[in-house]
Design a protein around this ligand. Structure first.
Ligand code: FMN
Length: 378
């Protein structure tokens, strides 16, 4: 499917579906258990309406924000996602970082990124953020942070909604594992996507590029052994001592946690339900934003993700008090469909929709968005 035929993120999703073997498409597209949170994340934005300020001068639109110590040309950033080479074996994270650099927005790299830090910093010279999972081995984490810092990563995102992996049932149904294994089913899905399979077999093995397993241990077993379900807010206090840049805590859904976050010295409340991939029946993040904003009371910045598919979704989140939003699947669909031009297309779609929405509601700068332009549809 040519990018010329792509007019919105939903089209980009279909283009990704045509390019990827089923088990890999479903890995991006799917959520946990009954996928209720996944559906709710997007439906909740539709439940909020927008009203217009008429006859205001909207000849110039300002979409720039400052977030986690960085300037961003747009009020959305790249959310961290693991192992991007699974979706685009040739370029993976390089394609995403390249498109983010072009757009002038921060790039976030997952702990489980499949391209070395240095390659990313050669491509993306602007503000870059490193996402960390809560891992058992402090010396390993410190070594990772040192590498990230040396490569120019400016802020840290600690993901806290993953003490154990969510139950994503599409994966076992499709025989999908990381690293992928060949079964009759995955072979059949792969055979239907020869272009993608050629990219897999003609490029280096896909796996985490910045984390090394000890001798004799497989990298996946090693990673799983590192997830630490015992940690508490002390971990954040410890991190605060070893990382001197801004820290965001990703996966916040309760006002009481905001209090702990501020007390532990973190700088940013990242409201997320991991795109519906972790705790199913968790509320949509946009529904949680008002009470979290109230609890935050300006003491930390707020980033929101999960369910952003339209420029108007971004407007709604900012109007309700987020300082910026993050996108996950929206750019992953672009990456899978067409590499860097696909990611650039995702960003361009959201930017165009955002600018058009701001003009239509008569608010020429994102800084002037407030709840007065919102209307509850129910
Ligand atoms: C395929 C995939 C992989 C992800 N990997 C990570 C990860 O490694 N670390 C992390 O903090 N979040 C990860 N996430 C969650 C995203 O950062 C983000 O919270 C989510 O995608 C936002 O929802 P959206 O996809 O509806 O935009 C992943 C999401 C997807 C779809």
């Amino acid at each position: 499917m040519s990018l010329k035929r792509v007019h919105n993120i939903a089209d980009l999703r279909l283009a990704a579906k045509k390019r990827l073997p089923k088990m890999i498409f479903d890995y991006i597209d799917g959520g946990a258990d009954d996928e209720q949170t996944l559906r709710r994340n997007t439906a909740a934005f539709r439940d909020i309406g927008l009203v217009q300020n008429t006859l205001t001068d909207v000849s110039t639109i300002d979409t720039s924000v400052e977030i986690m110590g960085a300037k961003s040309a747009l009020p959305f950033v790249i959310a961290p996602t693991a192992t991007s080479r699974l979706f685009n074996p040739r370029f993976g994270e390089r394609a995403v970082a390249g498109a983010a650099q072009q757009a002038g927005i921060p790039y976030s790299m997952s702990t489980l990124g499949s391209v070395p830090f240095d390659e990313i910093s050669a491509i993306h010279t602007g503000p870059k953020w490193f996402q960390l999972y809560v891992w058992r081995d402090h010396s390993l984490v410190e070594a990772l942070l040192t590498k990230a810092k040396a490569a120019g990563f400016t802020a840290l995102i600690l993901t806290v909604d993953t003490p154990v992996a969510g139950n994503r049932e599409r994966d076992p149904k499709n025989d999908f594992t990381i690293p992928p294994v060949i079964t009759p089913r995955t072979a059949w899905y792969g055979a239907q996507r020869p272009g993608f399979m050629w990219d897999i077999v003609s490029t280096p093995m896909i796996g985490p590029a910045n984390v090394e397993a000890p001798a004799g241990m497989g990298v996946v077993d090693f990673i799983n052994s590192q997830f630490d379900p015992t940690v508490t807010w002390d971990y954040v206090r410890w991190l605060r001592g070893v990382w001197d840049g801004p820290i965001a805590i990703k996966g916040i859904s309760r006002p009481t946690d905001v209090e702990k976050l501020v007390e532990a010295g973190a700088d940013c409340v990242w409201i997320s339900n991991h795109g519906g991939r972790q705790l199913d029946t968790a509320p949509a993040t946009i529904d949680l934003l008002p009470e979290i904003r109230e609890a935050t009371a300006g003491r930390a910045q707020i980033v929101l993700d999960s369910g952003i598919r339209r420029g108007s979704d971004i407007v709604k989140a900012l109007a309700m008090g987020a300082d910026a939003v993050a996108i996950g699947r929206a750019y992953l669909f672009g990456l899978a469909a067409a590499g860097e031009p696909g990611v650039a297309k995702a960003i361009e779609i959201l930017q165009t929709e955002l600018e058009r929405t701001l003009a239509l509601i008569g608010v020429p700068s994102v800084k002037d968005l407030d709840e007065q332009i919102l209307h509850r549809n129910r």
